[in-house]
Design a protein around this ligand. Structure first.
Ligand code: 13P
Ligand code: SF4
Length: 337
């Protein structure tokens, strides 16, 4: 189990919010009783905790068994032998864990956490679209509910959206719900001469749509050798200015391997925090945007859900939805090998 000193060592270089505030050794000591109780319950109940890269660093660096992007964490959930999977992220990620490993108890410590993408489309919308576009293969981003996945053929994440859509034999694709990610795929294919008729739903991520090309220009003019990394949920005018485009874990790994000294991560703040902790001597430029859904996870909620899981925090899926959604998510793994 992490000690207050070890936790402080991980958190001390992370700057939170604006005006900048930082974790102190005292903060870390105050967190320790809750962390200790969580670790005890994990052992007693044979539970694991999966934590997305955007979740608050005091969770990321204390009780997480695995951290990662939505693809990596789904894989961990699928392969897990634990009896209980606590998923500190957002609802659709916890649902995906249940789709992939239905025998396990999957707990969402933050049951009201939405996501502007997954909240923007329903299964009935997809049923209607399928009547309108009967010849299209329906590809859904993982940021969708289990019911929406159950109506689609192939699931993708930000780490594999370009490669999987290219591999799908049908040239007619309906991609949902992220319009901006879909436009990025269309532009990428066009530039490489890949011919696909791609129809899009109109959803957006409220965090990533905020970034504008001027933000990139400003950072480039202030930091001459800055490397710009962009998440594919951003507008294509922003992606066009990127040095690297990838999922949250792909961006982290890119920085870990880069020889550059300054970076701008055009995504949620969590990634910058992880990298400030790992590379305190490097510069992470630009403004920070928070995802209110990811950031509403707390250590107290994780403890409560392990101690006394409520019906709302226990993921349940009807059998038919789970089976259909599993086919859709399994196709992503099949395409990824
Ligand atoms: P990643 O799969 O890249 O972690 O993205 C998830 C997400 O919700 C980004 O906003
Ligand atoms: Fe959803 Fe955007 Fe938050 Fe990711 S950052 S969980 S896409 S609202």
């Amino acid at each position: 189990m992490v000690t207050a000193e070890q936790l402080y060592e991980k958190l001390k270089d992370i700057q939170v919010g604006n005006p900048i505030c930082k974790f102190t050794q005292e903060n870390c000591e105050l967190l320790l009783p809750t962390i200790r109780k969580i670790e005890e319950l994990k052992r007693k109940k044979n539970a694991i905790i999966l934590v997305h890269n955007y979740v608050a660093p005091q969770i990321y660096y204390s009780v997480a068994d695995y951290t990662g992007d939505s693809y990596g964490l789904s894989k961990k959930a699928k392969e897990s032998n634990a009896d209980i999977i606590v998923f500190a992220a957002v609802r659709f990620m916890a649902e995906t864990a249940k789709i992939l490993n239905p025998e396990k108890i999957v707990l969402d410590p933050n049951p009201n956490s939405g996501c502007s993408l997954s909240d923007g489309i329903t299964a009935d919308d997809v049923i209607r679209l399928r009547r309108q576009f009967p010849k299209h293969t329906f590809v859904c981003y993982i940021n969708t509910t289990a019911e929406v996945k159950a109506q689609c053929e192939v699931c993708v994440t930000s780490s594999n959206v370009y490669t999987i859509i290219e591999k799908i034999p049908n040239n007619k694709i309906y991609f949902l719900p992220d319009r901006l990610m879909g436009e990025n795929v269309i532009k990428y294919f066009k530039a490489r001469g890949v011919k696909k008729d791609i129809q899009l739903w109109g959803g957006t991520c409220y965090v990533h749509e905020e970034y504008k090309p001027e933000n990139i220009d400003q950072v480039r003019s202030n930091f001459s050798d800055v490397e710009i990394l962009v998440h594919p949920e951003c507008d294509s005018s922003v992606v066009a200015k990127a040095d690297y485009v990838g999922s949250t874990s792909q961006m982290l790994n890119h920085v870990r391997k880069s020889k550059n000294d300054s970076f701008f991560l055009v995504t949620e703040c969590g990634l910058t925090g992880v990298l400030q902790s790992e590379f305190p001597q490097k510069t992470f430029a630009g403004s920070c945007t928070l995802c209110k859904y990811m950031k509403s996870n707390s250590l107290e909620d994780i403890l409560n859900v392990l101690e006394n899981p409520s019906p709302e925090s226990t993921i349940t899926l009807d059998h038919r939805t789970q089976k259909l959604a599993l086919k859709c998510v399994e196709r992503m793994f099949d395409f990824s090998v």
